[in-house]
Design a protein around this ligand. Structure first.
Ligand code: SF4
Length: 467
């Protein structure tokens, strides 16, 4: 992912003394819950899984006060748009979504929150129809600011704190279907890579406690969840704010009855220790599936990016994983076209990645974000070259994915089938993230199923079963 959580942010957009608040009368704690009765909400999320988990948490807060989800076609009383600011394109999509939703629900109270809202709150507050812009620190307190759903005539109110004052860890766990839940274990980042402004949008690294997160996992299990994906911005940094450690979190979660598997979403290469790798290799519940941001296979570019590892360390981690879990799926993030990436340095990246026994690449094109240190690097890469480099890496990715899938044909695996189905076919994933296809069978949904993997399906997007 571009940045662990999929963000790049603008430093200059938010002056350090930035702190705008509504008049005190508007931010009193909720005194008359009856204003929420019979109200309907729509939610729209852009960006990463963390954002989706947080929208789900906002939805739960509103639901506790009786604000239900609007039915299809129904006009909502409140719209919540949770934004992303990873690239210029993401910003544009957010603005388009806000305008579109505003037109669909012209009388609804429109709240905009998320990373873009934290970085450029005033810009969003001037979009027609926006009534309230909430920063990162305030999004969980949304009820306090709804102000009787009164639409504003003169631009949205802004309630946001400076990044240095973002301290709260708001717990979130979302379910994209009944099978898989996304549990937020950590937020924020202290790393300050040169191209990324996450620390300015999400604040410093902080996390939930092991006890509370384990309880959230149990709750997901009670609701029928079978798989939990741990999410965060820099999850290997877990424990800083509570004096705990990531490995102890894994040990505690591993005891959760009812959950069949956990996945560690994305973890920095310098933070994935041998202890963590060995733990996953021997765990009953943690899946042999890793997602590790490489970003560049050139040590010169890694240094310009201010990443905290070099290619030798990255290579050692991959070798370690493969030595104890030869069947592990390893996804790798790469950014092409960063400032300073000359043709020769991209060539280094290409050769390095080709030599790695990884399973798939997630390729991102560098997008300039105002205020980042990377802008001080003189060498730039034009759009056409970025596109060509991206395509070259996607071709490697395709070959590696095919090789990985084909290496598993004939092997036994456990699949968790999802409830969505199409053309009488259902899909699920093995523990090592191989997509599998089978004729639809309702009794297989959300139940771990031992199978033997056959060959490719018709459109080569999944393996079929032989058992
Ligand atoms: S600062 Fe670096 S480690 Fe932190 S989120 Fe951004 S890219 Fe990831």
């Amino acid at each position: 992912m571009y940045g662990q959580g999929g963000f790049a942010f603008c430093k200059k957009a938010l002056p350090l003394d930035f702190n705008l608040f509504l008049p005190a009368s508007n931010i009193d704690t909720v005194t008359d819950p009856s204003i929420f009765e019979n109200k309907a909400a729509v939610y729209y999320t852009l960006g990463c899984k963390l954002n989706f988990a947080e929208t789900s948490a906002i939805g739960k807060v509103l639901a506790e006060y009786g604000i239900r989800k609007a039915r299809t076609g129904e006009k909502a009383d409140i719209c919540v748009v949770n934004t992303c600011s990873v690239t210029e394109l993401a910003d544009k999509k957010c603005r388009q979504a806000i305008r579109r939703i505003g037109k669909q629900h012209p009388d609804a109270f429109m709240v905009v929150t998320g990373c873009y809202a934290q970085l450029k709150p005033e810009e969003l507050s001037h979009i027609e129809g926006v009534d309230l812009v909430l920063g990162t620190e305030q999004k969980q307190d949304i009820l306090q600011y709804i102000d009787n759903f009164a639409k504003r005539e003169t631009g949205g109110a802004v309630i946001a704190s400076a990044a240095k004052d973002i301290r709260t860890f708001s717990p979130s766990c979302s379910a994209n279907d009944r099978t898989r839940h996304f549990l937020k274990v950590q937020d924020g980042c202290d790393y300050y890579c040169s191209y990324c402004t996450i620390p300015f949008a999400r604040g410093r690294s902080r996390n939930g406690t092991i006890v509370s997160l384990t309880e959230q996992a149990r709750e997901a299990a009670r609701k029928g969840g079978k798989e939990i994906v741990l999410t965060g911005v820099n999850i290997g940094d877990f424990g800083k704010s509570t004096g705990e450690s990531f490995i102890d979190l894994l040990r505690s979660l591993d005891e959760t009855e009812g959950i069949s598997r956990f996945r560690i979403s994305s973890i920095e290469p310098n933070l994935i220790t041998d202890e963590i790798i060995d733990f996953v290799a021997h765990s009953q519940r943690f899946a042999p599936h890793f997602h590790i941001p490489l970003q560049s296979g050139s040590d010169t570019v890694l240094s310009l990016m201010r990443r905290r590892y070099d290619t030798a360390l990255f290579c050692r981690k991959i070798e370690k994983i493969k030595s104890v879990m030869p069947h592990a799926f390893i996804g790798v993030d790469v950014i092409v076209g960063t400032r300073g990436e000359t043709d020769e340095l991209f060539e280094e990246t290409y050769r390095f990645i080709e030599s790695l026994p990884v399973s798939r690449l997630h390729v991102f094109s560098y997008s300039e974000r105002p205020g980042t240190q990377a802008l001080e690097i003189a060498h730039t890469v034009d759009t056409k070259t970025k596109h060509a480099r991206s395509q070259e890496l996607l071709d490697i990715s395709e070959r590696k994915l095919q090789t990985f899938y084909e290496s598993r044909i004939g092997q036994e695996a456990v699949v968790l089938f999802e409830h969505t189905h199409k053309d009488n076919l259902m899909y699920g994933f093995t523990e090592n993230y191989i997509r599998t296809e089978a004729p639809y069978n309702a009794s297989w949904v959300n139940k771990p199923r031992q199978v033997r993997l056959g060959g490719w399906n018709k459109d080569k997007t999944a393996l079929v079963l032989t058992l």
